[in-house]
Design a protein. Structure first.
Lengths: 398, 397
C-alpha cells in the first residue's frame, strides 16, 4: 500500500480487545500489508484487504483501524504519512460489515406491521364498536362536547380564535322548525343540538351525543331548504347509528399507535393524518350508506322529498367531480353517483306512496336560515387557502 | 510507577457535526423517520469518538439494524398497550367521569413505569455498545429493581415538592452505577444519599426567596416585594446551572472503578454561558433561515411570474391572493426546514459544547489500575433501546 513498493515505518497505539492495556507498537507498511511489531518483538500482519476504518470519527488527524474478522482490536494511527498512504491505498477501508440477521429483521418487521395492522384495523374497531353501544348517553355528550371545541379551535383563523357559532334568532327559529319537522329525537336518548359554524367549508358532520354541525358554506351552496333538511337527516342517521361515537373511540385507540410507529419527527404529523384518513375511509363506507338509507326513510316519513339528498350530491359532483380512482380511497363517502341514484329511487317510492307534503320552510324562513351568520358575507376569506376550493366536500363526520 | 492522571481531550468540532446532523436529519425527514436509527448510530459514533480520555477515543459500536429490530419489538408490545388500553381508558373516562382528562391522566400514569423500564434498558444497550481501549462497558440486567425504585423516589420527590430531587438523582444513579462494568471491573458509586443536597443549595435559596417575595407581597399588600421574587427567579436560573455542573462533579468523583477513579471540575458559569449564547445563536440563525426562505420564495416567483411580484409589492394585500398550493408548499417547506435546523443547531450550539466542557474537565485518576482490566463477553441484548425509541423519552442521545 505504500507508494512505489517501498516500506514505510512509524508507531501507533494498539489495543487487543483482551485487556485495557495500550500497546505502543511499531508499524511497517508494505505494499500488501501492515505489520504491527510489539515491544517484545512479537509481530502481527494485517493484510491490506482486511483493513477497515472505524467511521464517523471526530478527530480527523487520527485513523482508527480495525481488522475484518476481529471485532474488538483497534489500531489508533496518528502518524500522518502512514494515515495518508492507508487512506489512499487500502482497498477496503470503507467496506461495511455484512448486515447480520436479515431474516430476523424481516421477520420482526413483518410481525410488527402485522400486529399493528391487526390492532388498528381489527382489534380497535371491533372494541370501539362494542364499547360505543355501552357508553352511557351523558358520556357520549361529554365526548361530543370535547370534540366540538377541538374542531372549532382547529378551524380557527390566523388569530387562533375558535370559529364563531352562528346565532341569529330568526335563523335559529328556522333551523328549529326544520329539526322539529324531521323529528328524529324520538330515536335518541338525548336531545339533538344543531349548530351552524361561521366557516366557508361546504360540509356538515355529526359528533357523539347528538351534536350536529353545519358549516355556513353548506347553507350557501344548498339550493333549497329541503336539501339542508336532507343533509340534516343524513347526519341524524349517523347519530342514531352511533357512528361518531365509534369514530371517536377508534381514533383514541389508533392515533396513539400510529404516533408510536412514526415517532416524533416532523413528517410524522402528515403521515399520521393521512393514515388516519385512510383508516376512516376503509371503515365507514358502510356507515355512509346506512346514514343515507336512514335519511331517505326519515325524509319520506316527514313528507319531504328524499331526492333532495340526491340533488345536493349532484351539485357537489358538478362542482368537485366524483371521487374516483385514488381519490375515492381518501373520501369517506361511497361514490356519489351511486348515492344520487339511491336518493332518486327513494324519491320514486315516496311519490308512489303519495307521502310528499308541504315544503320544510317558507321562502322567508329559508332566507332567515341562510342569514343565520349575519348578512350574507363577501367571498371566502382568501387568507385561508385550500378550504374554499380544491377540498372536496367531506359531507359526513369530521 | 504511578502514571499521571489521564486528562480528556475533546475532538468534536462544530462544522463536521453540522454537516453530519444536517445530512442524517434530512434523510430522516425524507424517509418518514425510518432513517433515524442510522442517524442515531452515526451521530453517536461521532460524539463518542470526540471524547478521548488519555488521547484514546470512546467508540460506539451499536448497529442501526439492531436498533431497528429493537424498535419493532417494542412496537409490537406498545401498540397493543397503547391501542387497547387507551381505548378502554377513554371509554371508562367518558362513561364514568364524563370527561377525557381522567383518561389522559390514567394513561400517563400507566405509562410511567414503562418510561423507567425503557430508560434502564436503553442505558443497558448504550453501555453494552460503548468501548474504550477496546474494552466493553456493560450494565447488569436489573430493570425490575430500577422500575420500583424509580417510581418510589419520583413519588417521594413529588410529595416533597422537589426538595428530595437530589436524593432521587443520587439513588437512581447509584443503582445504575453499581451495576455498571468496564470489562471485568465493576463500578461503584460512593458518597451518601444526601451528598447531592449541597449542589442544589442555590436553587433551594432561590425558591425560598421567590416564595418569601410572594408571601410578603400578598400579606403586606405591597407588590414591591415581588421584586424579591424576580431576583429569586434569576437566582434560580443561575442555581440550576450550578446544580448541573456541581451534581455532575459530585456524582463523577464518587464513581470508583477498582483502584482507579475520576476527578471532575466543571463550572456552572460555563454551562449557563453555553445555554445563553447557544440559545441566542440558534434563535438568530433560525430567524435568518426564515428570512432566507421568504427571499428564496420571492426569487422563485420572480423567475416564474414577475408580474405577480410586481403586483405584490405595489399592494401587500395582493400577496394574500397567492394560489393556495404555493402557500401550502411554503408553509410545509418552512416547517420542515425549521424542524430540521432546530435539531441540527441544538447539537452544534448546545449539546456539543456542554459535552465538550464536561469531557475536558474530567480526568481519570490512577489510570495504571486500568491495565489489569480484562475484556467481558458481548451482551447480545436484541431488544436494544426499542422501548426508549418508541416512547418519547426526550433525553437526546
Amino acid at each position: 500500500m505504500s507508494d512505489g513498493g517501498s516500506v514505510v515505518e512509524g508507531f501507533a497505539d494498539y489495543v487487543d480487545g483482551e485487556t485495557a492495556i495500550i500497546h505502543r507498537v511499531a508499524l511497517r507498511l508494505s505494499p500488501d500489508r501492515l505489520t504491527l511489531i510489539q515491544p517484545d518483538g512479537g509481530s502481527e500482519d494485517w493484510v491490506a484487504d482486511d483493513l477497515r476504518e472505524v467511521p464517523d470519527q471526530a478527530d480527523p488527524s487520527m485513523l482508527v483501524l480495525s481488522r475484518a474478522g476481529n471485532p474488538v482490536a483497534r489500531l489508533y494511527v496518528t502518524d500522518g504519512e502512514i494515515s495518508k498512504l492507508l487512506r489512499r491505498n487500502a482497498p477496503a477501508l470503507h467496506r461495511r460489515p455484512p448486515i447480520e440477521n436479515k431474516p430476523r429483521i424481516a421477520a420482526w418487521g413483518l410481525g410488527a406491521v402485522a400486529s399493528v395492522a391487526l390492532i388498528i384495523f381489527v382489534l380497535v374497531p371491533v372494541m370501539a364498536n362494542q364499547l360505543a353501544e355501552f357508553l352511557p348517553p351523558e358520556g357520549e355528550k361529554a365526548l361530543g362536547d370535547a370534540t366540538f371545541e377541538q374542531i372549532r379551535t382547529a378551524l380557527g383563523r390566523e388569530d387562533f380564535l375558535p370559529v364563531e357559532t352562528c346565532e341569529d334568532p330568526a335563523g335559529l327559529a328556522a333551523l328549529a322548525k326544520m329539526e322539529a319537522r324531521l323529528g328524529a329525537a324520538q330515536d335518541l336518548p338525548y336531545p339533538v343540538t344543531v349548530t351552524v359554524l361561521d366557516h366557508e367549508l361546504v360540509n356538515a358532520f355529526a359528533l357523539p351525543g347528538g351534536r350536529i354541525v353545519i358549516f355556513r358554506g353548506l347553507l350557501e351552496m344548498a339550493a333549497s331548504p329541503e336539501e339542508v333538511a336532507a343533509v340534516l337527516a343524513h347526519e341524524l342517521g349517523h347519530v342514531v347509528h352511533r357512528d361518531p361515537t365509534r369514530d371517536a373511540l377508534r381514533l383514541a385507540g389508533s392515533i396513539g399507535v400510529l404516533g408510536l410507529v412514526f415517532g416524533d419527527f416532523a413528517g410524522g404529523t402528515v403521515v399520521l393524518l393521512l393514515a388516519n384518513e385512510l383508516i376512516n375511509a376503509q371503515y365507514s363506507q358502510a356507515a355512509e350508506t346506512g346514514a343515507d338509507d336512514y335519511a331517505h326513510a326519515l325524509l319520506t316519513e316527514a313528507g319531504l322529498p328524499p331526492s333532495a339528498l340526491g340533488t345536493f350530491f349532484a351539485r357537489l359532483k358538478d362542482e368537485y367531480g366524483d371521487a374516483e380512482g385514488i381519490y375515492a380511497h381518501f373520501s369517506t363517502h361511497p361514490q356519489m353517483t351511486a348515492r344520487i341514484e339511491a336518493a332518486l329511487e327513494a324519491q320514486t317510492q315516496a311519490e308512489r306512496a303519495g307521502e310528499l307534503k308541504d315544503p320544510v320552510l317558507t321562502p322567508a324562513e329559508w332566507a332567515d336560515l341562510r342569514a343565520i351568520c349575519g348578512p350574507s358575507k363577501p367571498e371566502p376569506d382568501p387568507k385561508i387557502p385550500g378550504n374554499s376550493k380544491g377540498e372536496p366536500s367531506r359531507l359526513g363526520r369530521g | 510507577m504511578a502514571l499521571r492522571d489521564l486528562t480528556t481531550d475533546y475532538a468534536g468540532r462544530g462544522a463536521p457535526m453540522f454537516r453530519l446532523a444536517l445530512k442524517t436529519g434530512a434523510l430522516t425527514v425524507l424517509t418518514l423517520g425510518f432513517y433515524r436509527f442510522w442517524m442515531k448510530a452515526r451521530i453517536r459514533r461521532y460524539y463518542w469518538s470526540a471524547i478521548r480520555p488519555g488521547g484514546h477515543p470512546l467508540e460506539f459500536v451499536g448497529r442501526p439494524t439492531e436498533m431497528l429490530t429493537g424498535f419493532l419489538t417494542a412496537v409490537v408490545f406498545l401498540a397493543f398497550y397503547i391501542g387497547v388500553v387507551n381505548l378502554i381508558l377513554m371509554f371508562f373516562s367518558f362513561s364514568v367521569f364524563k370527561g377525557e382528562a381522567p383518561a389522559y391522566l390514567l394513561s400517563f400514569i400507566g405509562l410511567v413505569p414503562m418510561f423507567f423500564f425503557a430508560h434502564y434498558r436503553a442505558r443497558r444497550y448504550i453501555l453494552a455498545r460503548t468501548r474504550w481501549r477496546g474494552i466493553r462497558f456493560a450494565l447488569e440486567p436489573g430493570v425490575k429493581g430500577y422500575v420500583w425504585r424509580a417510581t418510589l423516589w419520583w413519588l417521594a420527590t413529588i410529595l416533597s415538592v422537589g426538595i428530595l430531587w437530589p436524593v432521587k438523582t443520587f439513588e437512581l444513579e447509584k443503582y445504575r452505577t453499581d451495576r455498571t462494568w468496564f470489562g471485568d471491573q465493576k463500578f461503584e458509586q460512593t458518597g451518601g444519599r444526601w451528598s447531592l443536597m449541597g449542589a442544589m443549595k442555590h436553587v433551594y435559596l432561590a425558591a425560598a426567596l421567590i416564595l418569601c417575595g410572594i408571601i410578603a407581597a400578598t400579606a403586606l399588600d405591597e407588590p414591591v416585594w415581588l421584586a424579591a421574587s424576580a431576583m429569586g427567579a434569576i437566582w434560580a436560573v443561575l442555581g440550576l446551572a450550578y446544580w448541573k455542573a456541581e451534581s455532575f462533579k459530585r456524582l463523577t468523583e464518587g464513581k470508583v472503578l477498582g483502584d482507579a477513579g475520576l476527578r471532575s471540575h466543571p463550572r456552572g458559569g460555563r454551562v449557563l454561558g453555553v445555554y445563553l449564547l447557544g440559545g441566542l445563536a440558534i434563535s438568530a440563525l433560525l430567524t435568518a433561515l426564515l428570512i432566507g426562505l421568504a427571499v428564496g420564495l420571492g426569487l422563485v416567483f420572480a423567475l416564474v411570474d414577475p408580474a405577480m411580484i410586481e403586483a405584490g409589492f405595489k399592494d401587500l394585500g395582493d400577496l394574500a391572493n397567492l394560489p393556495a398550493w404555493v402557500a401550502t408548499l411554503f408553509a410545509l417547506a418552512a416547517y420542515f426546514a425549521m424542524f430540521l435546523f432546530w435539531g441540527v443547531l441544538r447539537e452544534v450550539f448546545i449539546t456539543m459544547p456542554i459535552a465538550r466542557h464536561f469531557a475536558e474537565t474530567t480526568e481519570v485518576v490512577n489510570p495504571d489500575a486500568l491495565n489489569a482490566i480484562r475484556q467481558r463477553p458481548r451482551d447480545e441484548f436484541a431488544e436494544a433501546e426499542g422501548f426508549a425509541d418508541a416512547l418519547p423519552l426526550g433525553d437526546g442521545i
